[in-house]
Design a binder for this molecule. Structure first.
Ligand code: PEP
Ligand code: MN
Length: 337
C-alpha cells in the first residue's frame, strides 16, 4: 500500500504513520521526493485500514500497489531512480558504461585493461574474481587475490569496481573491495544471497536469470529492496531460447517493459547475450535505442587467450572505436555516452 502525504508533511507526521504501519506488523519504506513524501507499507495489507489512514489530515491518498513487486514498482516511485557511486551515476541522462574482462586473470592484465577502458569513457570497471563456471574444471577465478587487483585498478583509474558475489559466505570479503556487487544470472533466484545483499548499503547489479520472466526478475529485485537496499541496477543479459546462433537471445523488449514497470535503472550486457564479439556492437546500439541506462561490455587485451568468455570479449581498440560510434546512438535518443 502506498500512502501519499500532503506537501509540507513533517518528520513527526512521517514517524507517526510509520508507527501505525509497524504496529500492525508491516514494514514502512519512506521515499522522499522533491514535492511529496510517500510511505510504502509492505506486508499483510489486510491489517491496515486504508479509510482510517486516508482520514488523517496529512494524508493525501492511499493506494494499493497492484503489481506483485511493490518497492521496485513504478507505482511506488514515479521518478527514475538514479544511483550514485563515487561520483559516477547509473540511471541519469549519461549512460553508465561498465567495462573490463570477464575474469580477473592477473594484476598486469587487470590494471592494463582498466586503464584502456578508462580512457575510452568507461565509467565503471568490471571483472570477476569468483566465477560461476558451467564446468568445475574450468577457471574459477582468483578469489581475494583478484579482488585486490580490482582495487588496484580502481586506485589507478578512479573508476568504481563491480564484481560478482556468488556465495553469502563471501559477502564481507567481496563488499570490502567492491563498489557495486553483481548477482549473476545463475543466482538471480538464490533468495538467501538476495536477502544478504539487501542488507548492504551498496549498489547491486541484478542480472536477469537465463530463463527468468520479467516478473520473476522484478520479484528477485523486490527481495533485495524489501531488506532495505533499494540501490538496484537491473541487467538484461539475454535469455535462453531455442535459437543457437547466439549464446543467448538478447531480449531488447525487456528494456522498455522493465522501464515501464519499475523505477530502477536497467543496463544491458550485449557481451553475454551475443557470445560473439562481432555482435556486441549491434546489440549495444539496440539497447541504447530501446532506453537502456547503460551497458556492460567485456574487454580483453588478448581474447584468444582469455580464461573465460574470450569469443565475446572486445580488444581495447575495438572497444574504444565502438564507444565513439555508440555515442551517436545515445545522442539520437537524448542520452550521452
Ligand atoms: C559475467 O558477468 O561474467 C557473468 C558470468 O554473467 P552472467 O551471470 O550474465 O552469465
Ligand atoms: Mn563473462
Amino acid at each position: 500500500m502506498i500512502i501519499v502525504l500532503r506537501a509540507g508533511a513533517t518528520d513527526e507526521d512521517v514517524r507517526q504513520i510509520e508507527e501505525t504501519i509497524r504496529g500492525n506488523g508491516l514494514t514502512a519504506h519512506i521515499s522522499r521526493g522533491v514535492e511529496r513524501t510517500i510511505i510504502g507499507a509492505i506486508g499483510d495489507e489486510r491489517k491496515l485500514n486504508p479509510e482510517a489512514l486516508e482520514g488523517l489530515p496529512i494524508v493525501e491518498k492511499v493506494l494499493r500497489i497492484l503489481a506483485p513487486f511493490k518497492l521496485v514498482s513504478r507505482e511506488f516511485r514515479k521518478e527514475d531512480t538514479v544511483i550514485s557511486v563515487n561520483g559516477k551515476t547509473v540511471g541519469g541522462k549519461a549512460l553508465a558504461l561498465f567495462a573490463g574482462p570477464c575474469s580477473v586473470e592477473g594484476r598486469d592484465m587487470m590494471v592494463g585493461i582498466a586503464e584502456r577502458v578508462a580512457s575510452a569513457r568507461a565509467t565503471f570497471l568490471r571483472g570477476g574474481a569468483f566465477k560461476p563456471r558451467t564446468s568445475p574444471y574450468a577457471f574459477q577465478g582468483l578469489g581475494e587475490e583478484g579482488l585486490k587487483y580490482l582495487a588496484e585498478a580502481r586506485d589507478r583509474t578512479g573508476l568504481p569496481v563491480a564484481t560478482e558475489l556468488m556465495d553469502p559466505r563471501d559477502i564481507d570479503l567481496v563488499a570490502r573491495y567492491a563498489d557495486v556487487i553483481q548477482i549473476g544470472a545463475r543466482n538471480m533466484q538464490n533468495f538467501r544471497l538476495l536477502t544478504e545483499v539487501g542488507k548492504l548499503d551498496k549498489p547491486v547489479i541484478l542480472k536477469r536469470g537465463m530463463s527468468a520472466t520479467i516478473q520473476e526478475w522484478l520479484m528477485s529485485a523486490e527481495y533485495i529492496a524489501s531488506e532495505g537496499n533499494q540501490k538496484i541496477i537491473l541487467c538484461e543479459r539475454g535469455i535462453r531460447t531455442y535459437e543457437t546462433a547466439t549464446r543467448n537471445t538478447f531480449d531488447v523488449s525487456a528494456i522498455p517493459v522493465v522501464k515501464s514497470l519499475s523505477h530502477l535503472p536497467v543496463i544491458a550486457d550485449p557481451s553475454h547475450a551475443a557470445g560473439k564479439m562481432a555482435l556486441v556492437e549491434p546489440l549495444a546500439a539496440a539497447a541504447i535505442a530501446a532506453g537502456a541506462d547503460g551497458l556492460m561490455i567485456e574487454v580483453h587485451h588478448q581474447p584468444e587467450k582469455a580464461l573465460s568468455d574470450g569469443p565475446q570479449s572486445l580488444r581495447p581498440d575495438a572497444f574504444t572505436q565502438m564507444v565513439a560510434r555508440l555515442g551517436k546512438v545515445a545522442e539520437a535518443v537524448g542520452r550521452t555516452l
